[in-house]
Design a protein around this ligand. Sequence first.
Ligand code: 6MZ
Length: 346
Amino acid sequence: MKTLPDLYNQEQLAFCQSLPKVELHAHLNGSVRASTLRELAAEKQIDPELCKLIEKGDRTLAECFGIFTLIHQVTTSISAIQRITREVLEDCAADNIIFAELRTTPKSRPEHGLTKQTYVEAVLAGIDAFSEQNSGMEVGLLLSIDRRESAEEAMHTVTLAQQYHSRGVSGLDLSGNPTLGSWTTWRPALDAARASGLHISLHAGEVYRPAETSQMLEWRPDRLGHMCCLDEQLRSSLLASHIPLELCLSSNVITESVAGYPDHHFRQLYHAGHPVVLCTDDSSVFSTTLSREYALAMAAFLLDRREMLMLAKKSIDYSFAESHIKQRLHTAFDRAAAKIQHSSAS
Ligand code: 6MZ
């Protein structure tokens, strides 16, 4: 594995672990526990070499999409999908996350008896199973459109999001290999989603595609993800837009969308007062946790404890949760933050 020096010290990591946090950009199948992947692969008699590849840790952006294909070969049954959803949420709760907004791509896999609808129901059942056992963490769900999908497939996903809106699906995400497809394919589906009151987050600028990134900015999604590869004009349009941006430090550095932690565009955007939120992207694929992402930011951008608290608190407002849930989260956050401040002072 490519050795990425951990920039932070144990004290910074412990502080970030103690922070109440909000996760707004976590792909379900990229966050599956390695031990669960191994177990599911063994049940399906899938070559253990595949699991080794998944665990390798060092990968280009193109290789990541090969890894997702491998993971998707393992997470094919309703019970596996329920299980990984519950476990990913348990891992979020263990990392002191108070609100987890997961995202996942509904999949039609007739060879495994899976439809997009039964996929979504399995994820919701996993969320319910988690919530029955855990009361401390709120959960949200976005349905992803994969850039490999056609206009019709994208519209089907939007219809499912509308159907399951009352069960906690708050919006849509556009993701997948950023070198594939074209924005005009999914735009009508995203227009329909927005018209029906769903929130939208777009992966944008993960690779340099200035024309597409500019069209996405003009469309004004509720949030953007990544925005790593921009020219000067796009950078100023992003700043002028004030659209909250999900930033995934390890993911961007490991896939070389960004040269290194100190060079990450977090620095410039944060200091310009742009709304940013730290996220994991694919905690399993990039061997990280949200606390670790916070610790990396704290160390790389020389942020103090008060700044980290504010960063975490503000991310509540960028979530797609309903306002009464945001209020609850702010109350829970303030209570936990007061304890942290009290213990640092004593
Ligand atoms: C773009 C990504 C991604 O939906 O099967 N995904 N899309 N850029 C990234 N940066 C590394 N990481 C993950 O989770 C896996 C899917 O999420 C998207 C890809 O479409 C991937 O197949 P789900 O739960």
